[in-house]
Design a protein around this ligand. Structure first.
Ligand code: SF4
Length: 458
């Protein structure tokens, strides 16, 4: 979700105002990251699994057209109605037209980052359709009228006391109640009524198997199954990159997904949908929305291997201390910062700069996406295309000039050291972004060049 004209740094500043929340957010996500490490370390074949997954996805990306065609024809033979959407607008229109054809104006939806990417909820709402998110985290952010801040843990930025307040206001739980068990029980009662009374359900898709035309949805709450099984119309929405060739490939991804996401051996529910049950209509929408464009960008194409585990977010020191909303796009964190500029380079030009390029994201990625290298690559493309922050461009030009003129470089260094020593207030002030969070280092007595000259008798 776009938040005005604010960029990542400005939105991170807002998140950083509540220091206690930042510390807690940081620690909570690091806890999940540590669980991921423990789970990965229990498998001696972990690296082989990652390599295997990466190669399967390489094959998919090189033969995407063939696998999609195979998947479509098998799904149609299974009785599924297959739709194709070139972009978010077409996807949303297809969903609405299915609902309209059945005169349905209230529905349930399980977690699907694709529908977040397409802003489906807002679109349906504007067209008179009520959508209830049934994933507990998604329902919480929906009640708070906020977008999810994490792809696996949508309300990780909220404390249980805040959730208690929301539930008190919307679900009538006692004021001040923040016991997770009590709140979960209240949510269960609230959602059960929705499952039983809504005629249509939307689910996402984690993996679509070309060989069989079936698709697999992974959840920990079973809410996708509840929605899909109780509804007359099941609409599944998937990005075209979710294809895998064979059922035999699935085990590789299922073993990697939950371990990378939350440190669990497997998600609680891995549900296979193949044919609609008697009397039910099953629709599947295959969405491009910029994916083929990304496929055509050689440096960024393998970002399409992403299985949306969220591990890169949990480990990212920037994400953990800036919060998911600072990325102002549906998919936050390091992978979101690669995917978003593909959709709109100008609007998301800030995101590839929201990284330390430490490489931790690349190290944890279960499908071996070279995330930090792609972020670095995006920076070069963005600067070249003229979308970089003008302040940064001017600063870089000044730096280029200084570094290419040794005399100016020497004098600039000397002046800088003198200012830091004699007039520290000129650098230790709030106009200096570096000083906001850190102390400025003490200026050295001499430059390296001076030291070298002295110690090497030049
Ligand atoms: S880029 Fe890799 S680590 Fe990040 S969400 Fe995707 S699969 Fe997971």
């Amino acid at each position: 979700m776009i938040k005005g004209n604010k960029d990542h740094a400005a939105l991170a500043d807002i998140f950083n105002q509540d220091e206690a929340r930042v510390d807690w957010h940081d620690e909570t996500l690091w806890f999940v990251r540590a669980k991921r490490d423990k789970a990965a370390n229990t498998l001696s074949e972990w690296e082989a699994l990652r390599e295997n997954a990466s190669q399967i996805k390489d094959n998919v990306l090189s033969n995407l057209h063939d696998y999609l065609s195979e998947f479509e024809s098998n799904a149609q033979q299974n009785g599924v109605i297959v739709h194709w959407a070139a972009d978010a607008a077409e996807h949303n229109q297809i969903v609405l037209s299915i609902l309209k054809s059945k005169e349905i104006s209230r529905m349930v939806k399980s977690k699907s980052m694709l529908t977040e990417e397409c802003h489906l909820n807002e679109y349906l709402h504007q067209n008179g359709v009520e959508v209830i998110d049934t994933d507990l985290g998604e329902r919480i952010v929906q009640l708070a009228e906020e977008p999810p801040s994490h792809i696996v843990l949508p309300c990780i930025h909220k404390k249980k006391e805040e959730i208690g307040e929301l539930f008190h206001e919307h679900l009538g739980t006692p004021k001040g109640a923040s016991d997770p068990q009590l709140l979960t029980a209240a949510a269960r009662v609230h959602l059960r009524e929705k499952f039983l009374t809504r005629r249509a359900a939307i689910t996402g898709v984690n993996f679509a198997i070309a060989e069989t035309g079936e698709f697999v949805v992974c959840t920990n709450e079973g809410n996708a199954d509840m929605g899909a099984h109780l509804s007359e119309v099941h609409i599944a929405c998937m990005g075209i990159e979710k294809i895998i060739p064979k059922r035999a490939n699935l085990s590789v991804f299922l073993r990697l997904l939950a371990r990378s996401a939350t440190g669990q051996p497997i998600t609680t529910y891995s549900s296979h949908f193949r044919t609609p049950r008697k009397g039910q209509e099953m629709h599947l929408i295959l969405v491009d929305n910029g994916r083929t464009q990304q496929l055509g960008r050689a440096d960024f194409r393998n970002s399409l291997k992403c299985i949306r585990c969220g591990a890169c977010m949990n480990t990212c020191p920037v994400y953990r201390r800036s919060g998911g909303h600072s990325y102002h796009t549906a998919i936050a964190g390091p992978i979101g910062a690669i995917l978003a500029p593909n959709l709109n380079m100008k609007q998301y030009a800030d995101l590839p700069f929201a990284s330390t390029l430490c490489g931790s994201c690349t190290n944890v990625c279960p499908v071996k996406i070279n995330i930090h290298e792609q972020l670095y690559k995006w920076r070069q493309v963005i600067v070249k295309e003229g979308y970089a922050d003008p302040k940064k461009t001017i600063a870089m030009k000044a730096m280029e000039f200084t570094l290419s003129h040794p005399y100016i470089y020497r004098n600039a260094g000397k002046s800088g050291r003198w200012v830091m020593k004699n007039m520290p207030f000129l650098v230790n002030n709030k106009l200096n972004a570096w000083y906001t969070q850190r102390d400025m280092p003490a200026p050295p007595q001499q430059s390296f060049r001076e030291w070298y000259k002295k110690n090497n008798n030049e």
